[in-house]
Design a protein around this ligand. Structure first.
Ligand code: PHB
Length: 403
């Protein structure tokens, strides 16, 4: 995205249409005009690499369909939320009120999702969340118009608490960025860590986008921790993992965390500092099912050898859900109740396994949370599965659909 001055990008039908864009826009809401997918993602800032992976995988799926579903062109209208909740909310309003998108997807940041929620719900806009894990969206703030094809923050972390207490250490220091997702993720870890006899020797929340972790690493060193459990993502994950190693903690303290810490979007930049880190996640590109093998091959071919990560899997599943649901309603986006019912029923083989939404919350049921360890394998560093926990479903406390 670098080099573009405007922060709105069109791909697919609109870009291909070129000068024909005018009349298409006028007809846009009528059946037979393009289906508009509004995308609110970070293309700048700490999580820019996540936004890029999600977008690339969505484009891979739509390109496979020749950017046409049920006879209608697919048009993606991309907006950079710049990782700022007020910007994300403003872009959401623009996509809903001015562009009149048929379906919305994004965001990455839990705070932005929470900020978007009422606008989406009140305008009855269908949102398929392609990353942000804010637990509340599957619980007290759930909505019949909101689906989530990624994860709730609880899902990759809750199974890890018991696992780390049993297999790594009972003396653990917790760390995550200081915002909703950090609190959700470490809270979920504690739910099983403490009952398994785990002791929290310390807990800290640096700001999102911190670049110098030295004061935090000093605290960890003095805490007597035998292990650290961390949630960091994007450039935060790169900086934390590298500095943890440079500071000399890697030799004596085991680093564990949520899968985002060592996804392939950050592994090349982390290099050998990431070796041996143990994380929990719903995906690794090493999964040996046929859908994943094809996905990894196609993705790497299209994007200059880049290894897909969990975020790309989320983008794939979001676009696959959109394509299948639109086909099921024969391209009719006017009857939103029918489209919601079609999305609810969508089920398919995803790179992560069998994909389906929990009808109780509209959140994806994770076929597995894999415990993975970073190892050197053919093709470089990657997350190798060492254990797994089946059917991880958010508890959905406080959600009663339709809400
Ligand atoms: C979130 O803000 O919900 C979030 C961001 C990045 C991740 C995971 C969750 O990798």
């Amino acid at each position: 995205m670098r080099g573009l001055t405007r922060r709105t990008f069109l791909t697919g039908a609109a870009a291909a249409a070129g000068v024909a864009a005018g009349p298409r826009v006028l007809r846009s809401h009528a059946q037979g005009g393009p289906i508009k997918i509004g995308v609110v993602l970070p293309y700048t800032g700490v999580y820019a690499v996540l936004g890029e992976s999600i977008t690339q995988a969505m484009e891979l799926v739509f390109a496979r369909e020749n950017w046409t579903v049920a006879g209608r062109k697919i048009e993606m209208i991309k907006e950079d939320d710049e990782m700022q909740p007020p910007v994300g909310i403003r872009k959401t309003e623009k996509l809903i009120d001015s562009d009149k998108v048929d379906i919305l997807t994004g965001p990455v940041h839990s705070g932005i999702l929470m900020g978007m929620r009422d606008k989406v719900h009140n305008s009855k806009t269908i949102l398929i969340v392609s990353n942000a894990g804010a637990d509340a969206i599957s619980r007290e703030r759930c909505s019949k118009w909101i689906f989530r094809a990624s994860f709730s923050n609880w899902q990759p972390n809750q199974p890890m608490g018991g696992w780390v207490a049993k297999n790594v250490s009972k003396d653990v220091f917790l760390m995550a960025p200081n915002y909703a997702a950090g609190k959700d993720q470490l809270g979920a870890f504690k739910e099983t860590f403490v009952p398994a006899g785990g002791k929290l020797v310390g807990e800290d929340y640096p700001k999102l986008g911190e670049t110098d972790y030295a004061p935090y690493l000093t605290k960890i060193k003095g805490s007597g921790a035998k292990a650290v459990y961390a949630f960091f993502s994007g450039t935060d994950a790169v900086n934390f993992v590298k500095q943890f190693d440079q500071y000399g903690l890697k030799q004596s303290i085991k680093l564990t965390g949520a899968g985002f810490l060592t996804e392939p979007d950050v592994l090349p930049a982390q290099g050998k500092s990431a070796l041996g880190i143990i994380t929990g996640h719903f995906y690794t590109p090493l999964l040996d099912n046929p859908t994943n093998q094809k996905f990894v091959k196609d993705f790497r071919e299209k994007f200059a050898g880049k290894m897909p990560d969990g975020f790309a899997c989320q983008g794939y599943d979001t676009a696959e859900t959109i394509v299948r649901a639109l086909k099921a309603v024969n391209g009719n986006t006017q009857d939103k109740e029918k489209l919601v019912a079609a999305i609810e029923k969508t089920e398919f083989d995803s790179p992560r396994g069998r994909f389906r939404f929990d009808p109780k919350t509209h959140n994806v049921i994770q076929p597995f949370i894999y415990v993975r360890e970073v190892k050197e394998v053919t093709g470089g560093l990657n997350n190798v599965v060492i254990d797994k926990i089946a059917n991880v479903t958010d508890p959905g406390t406080g959600c009663t659909l339709p809400a």
